[in-house]
Design a protein. Structure first.
Length: 345
């Protein structure tokens, strides 16, 4: 056994190669499962007990020598490969371009709505998303028994009969109240923002969504001014030829009140699931500001009149981009969002 170990030791010490295939042959010959070291350990089992003390140490040193030689040659070959021109990084080449992101479709539509109303002289006003009862309900002429005050419609943060409730705002009309309290007419502003309502989530509704509300208060403001403003808005956003109609409605803070429909842009008025096969889609509510609201905000309702309107940005985006399920807006599916890369403005 000693003669074999001496012979193989000499072979290992003399081994040197720059070829990966030769190195692999060396590994299989000495370190493989059927290699020389494996055979020597099998032969070691037959050695007498006295000789095992001697040959055990010799065998372990021989194995360590073979492993050390293998790793030494492997490092040499790896370093030679990494130094080849093909493996080097060419620092003169241009860097990898960063993939462009995309704006959210709701952000795109909100920006477009704001730009349209800016042409008409409307400013942008914002306010808190957590509101007290006065700004969210009472100042807007909501009676105590109004269903919007119910837990089923509003996310209340704190119920307090003495000091007033605190809730997540259900509309951006609360910003209108804050603006009217802080100054005197004329007012001409829109209020974009996120609002919250306790509703079942579906293709047409969500527990949070985005609104743009508008307010114009001055002397001699009429319903005709409101209609012409909204008609201009629809033609600018959806294109000339979009049909518009107003239907009588009711809102606590406007009188008279109306809902405005446009011809469905998805089916072109022929009727589809989105427009409930009517050919029309309601996009906003509007009306003349109720005198009680003006009085609550310390504005002379005998001298000033005004109109207000409010629309859901999700509904407008559905129509503009023909998206049938508004749940897509909050699911953060990159495949969906990438469709709007070309819409960067």
């Amino acid at each position: 056994m000693q003669n074999k170990i001496d012979q193989y030791t000499s072979e290992i010490n003399s081994f040197n190669s720059s070829n990966a295939q030769e190195l692999e042959t060396f590994r299989i010959r000495f370190l493989g499962t059927k290699g020389i070291i494996k055979d020597l350990f099998e032969e070691f089992k037959t050695v007498s007990a006295d000789d095992k003390r001697v040959y055990g140490k010799v065998l372990n040193e021989f194995k360590q020598l073979a492993e050390s030689k293998y790793h030494e040659v492997k490092e040499l070959i790896d370093s030679m490969v990494s130094d080849t021109p093909e493996s080097k990084i060419d620092l003169t080449l241009p860097g990898d371009g960063m993939e462009l992101g995309s704006r959210h479709p709701l952000s795109l539509v909100r920006k477009e709505i704001v730009e349209i109303f800016k042409k008409l002289g409307f400013n942008v006003a914002e306010g808190p998303e957590i509101e007290d009862d006065w700004h969210n309900f009472s100042a807007l002429n909501f009676p105590e028994e109004h269903p919007a005050r119910d837990m089923q419609d509003t996310f209340f943060i704190k119920k307090d009969k003495e000091n007033g409730d605190t809730a997540l705002r259900t509309h951006t009309s609360s910003v209108q109240v804050r603006m009217m309290e802080a100054g005197q007419p004329p007012f001409r502003a829109i209020m974009p923002g996120r609002v919250y309502r306790n509703e079942a989530i579906s293709a047409r509704a969500h527990c949070f969504f985005h609104q743009v509300e508008g307010l114009y208060i001055d002397e001699n403001v009429s319903f005709a001014d409101l209609k012409q403003t909204l008609f201009y808005f629809v033609q600018e956003l959806f294109g000339e030829g979009t049909k518009v109609r107003f239907r009588p409605s009711y809102f606590p803070f406007t009188e008279p009140s109306a809902e405005m429909d446009i011809s469905c842009t998805i089916c072109k008025g022929d009727g589809c699931q989105f427009c409930k096969h009517s050919g029309w889609v309601e996009i906003l509510g509007c009306g003349m500001v109720d005198p009680n609201v003006l009085d609550n905000c310390k504005i002379d309702s005998q001298k000033f009149t005004g109109y207000a309107f409010g629309m859901g940005i999700e509904r407008i985006t559905n129509l503009k981009y023909q998206i049938k399920d508004l749940r897509l807006f909050s699911e953060n599916d990159v495949r969906f969002l990438k469709q709007f890369q070309s819409e960067l403005i």
